[in-house]
Design a protein around this ligand. Sequence first.
Ligand code: F6P
Length: 441
Amino acid sequence: MVDERAQLEVKTLGESRIDSPLAALLRTGRTTQHYVDESDRVLLDDTVSLVAARGVPVEELPGFEPGGPRRKIFFDPSKTRVGIVTCGGLCPGLNDVIRALVLELTNHYGVRRIFGFRNGYQGMTARYGRSVVDLDASLVAGINEYGGTILGTSRGNQDPDEIVDCLEQLSVNVLFVIGGDGSMRGALKIAEVVAERGRRIAVVGVPKTIDNDIPYIERSFGFQTAFAKATEAIRAAHVEATAFPNGIGLVQLMGRHSGFIACYAALANNDADYVLIPEVPFSLDGPGGFLAHLRDRVVSRGHAMIVVAEGAGQEFLLDSASSLDASGNVRLQDFGRYLRHRIAEDFAAAGVEANLKYIDPSYTIRSVPANPYDSVYCIRLAHAAVHAAMAGRTEMVVGRWRGRFVHVPIALAISSRNLVDPDGDLWMSVLEATGQPPVFA
Ligand code: F6P
């Protein structure tokens, strides 16, 4: 049996001996409880029955290390040099995280040297010749008002040895990687090379993806902004669909393997009649298939609204050549356009009028600034990341678990993918809100 406690263990570069500069805050007496008692843990299970099923004493149950400031830290802030890199696809909130890291490091810890690497891991690889940016409070002022990342980004990992060479040349002690699962795989390799070379460089990740598919964290930053933005496309398509005879609104939303954006955006508007996601297979043809159901609904109700996640229905497009992107992800085929074509064909064959309006908001949902809720989350994740790194934690990402900020080993955060559970309550809500049948077979 796998020892879950060992899997949840976060690595430490060494014993923390330096008094935290945040002690001044502690002396006010108001923040005492926010300093973390090292023995405290955030349990993996949240119900008594799950705990009981393990049959082990509570003190031996697996749990994550809580995030937050420590009384003693590992790095001397006056000598600490920090690097920040943003990698992978864009996500609302990247600039919020960069800004909060810089402000927390400078204002609360007194770190004086922070380097920003340009265009992801390319900026840490000599042959790309990217210059390094000196980050300070004035440079990051107001950047959270903008989408994207001031550092730029790129997909794909680079040679971890070259990256560690770069960190050594700049005498960097702490590297913050803001990225998705592919970038975190890269971060893990960097941390491994650091360990092989016997260096004391903390590698701490802030996980990012609009798809919300990173496991062991309750939510990834940017997800909420992205699905909120996606609701605009659904609203527009619904207005169009209800204005024309036999109007059909079809909106395709990002979400490579996980349909969270499609489900949440559809629930937010509560106008969708169908939601198609990769986690729930469906048939298009035949009397019980999606097309026949859609036609019946349009004939009886006069309109219909469909939301599809881009990863849905890929099996219908298997004949098209597939390729990988720089991060190693399979490039998806355009199911939304295929479905639009199939609907038009099906209605024409049945002699039924159809007025279909197709909207694919694509990158517009992820290139926007974070909404206030995500901004708050970004700041708090960044604070947790800085506290963890200054205390010498490494090979970990910060996340939220059972309502607490926690330290999650990178290996665990990339060990699986969060998916919409077809038997879970989110999908149940979608079925209830849309009224679509549980299966199209
Ligand atoms: O992983 C986030 C995401 O936005 C997915 O929803 C989408 O499939 C993918 O990235 C597209 O990324 P790009 O076109 O930048 O490679």
